[in-house]
Design a protein around this ligand. Sequence first.
Ligand SMILES: [Fe+2]
Length: 500
Amino acid sequence: MTRLAPPSPRPLDYSRADWSGAFRNVLRELDGERLEPSSGSIPPEIEGCLYRNGPGRLERAGQWVHHPFDGDGMIAAVRFADGKARFSNRFVRTEGWQQEEQEGRFLYRGVFGTQKPGGWLANAFDLRMKNIANTHVVRLGDDLLALWEASSPHALDPGSLETRGVTLLDGVLQPGEAFSAHPRFDPGHHGARRMVTFGVQAGPRSRVRLMEFAVDGPDAGRLLAERSDSFPGFAFLHDFAITPNWAVFMQNAVAFNPLPYALGLKGAAQCLASKPGQPGQFWLIPRPGSPLADQAPRRLQAPEGFVFHHLNAFEEPDAGEAGTLVLDSIVYADFPSVGPGTDFRQVDFDSLPEGQLRRFRLDLASGEVCAEDLELRCCEFATVAPSRVGLQARHAWMAVAERERGNDPLQAIEKLDLVSGERRLWSAAPRGFVSEPVMVPAADAAAEDDGWVLVLIWNAARSASDLVILRAGDLSEQAVLPLPLAIPHGLHGSWVPGSL
Ligand SMILES: [Fe+2]
């Protein structure tokens, strides 16, 4: 494995209180509030809507969620037209959110360890799940989908953000069926663009259902193709990657012991434990519609490490059945978990492993896998230009720590040249904290990095959020738009071009 030489570490320059100050309830819902830049100006060419999802309700009746991932989903939208921007936000009206709003207390346990009031006796054997719709938001057909991987999506009105309700996507899904929060948008490897996604039924043998939806034209939202494959072992699959021929998964080496969950002692996700010394596996599923569609999936042994998110994947020329499949992933040395009894706002960053960007090369003829570090600086939420999804990309944008080594909150945006290794950085430190960068290509982009990067910032200096517009090519700051709202550190978002 190729390792990058470590530079000397720098001292911390953020305050944990600044970081944790973002964890608060969102108490207002705004509708089309005009945003004025505090610096710079909005490039008039940007036209479309940035949607972001993340936890917006973290406390009820004095009780805090155990982990922010248990917070109820709230959608934030910034709509750009004619050089102006307007902001809206709305909670997803899930059944659980509505019930808890009415009662004013938690009525459900959370997957990441939030317990109902009343101790373990009140929680034991209550295996109901609250679909919190908090992980990602994407446009599919006439709906905006608020996604949460353990259950059905919620459909929202893309304009008003009103919740239309749980959707089974015109009968594609069974009630309660798992539906990933990490769709990938195929830019047209098989003609038209597609949304490729999956659902996992985990167990001693796990089943992966791969689904491909039309995204443009009169068929938008229609299921075009699917397949279902089962694999030995318990599967924890949060994300995946696609190429023209393959859907690529990394099955982490984890064990799941549901007993503490059933007994009311832990959340389901806290019952995951890594199996030290045991490697994971890559699961490669031939995509329906590709020349390999009739083939069985392949399994290759993966190096040690834990992966939530992938950057991208691509095939080296002639990959097909016997070429090389390249997968770039953010890898942790171990599964980073917040155990019972730990307050997530007091988390000791040094005690948790950092994510680092690593390139895996999977030789499909020999089954051999080799790995190479691409970025050792703590990173997460990496993306390529939408046009390069599934193809070799030259550029990646990601959220990174300010310090060059060690685990810290994400405070900067990095543009990484995946070929030359050249890096550019835009930093919100010391008092700003970044979220996932969303790349917005220019309408008639001549180059892969022609466009902008939109980033929602937690600005601790004014205890509120800002939207920052960077030029994608050089990360130069174009505008800062202070929001009239404080939004907790969020999860994923997407860009929908054009007007509604
Ligand atoms: Fe994710």
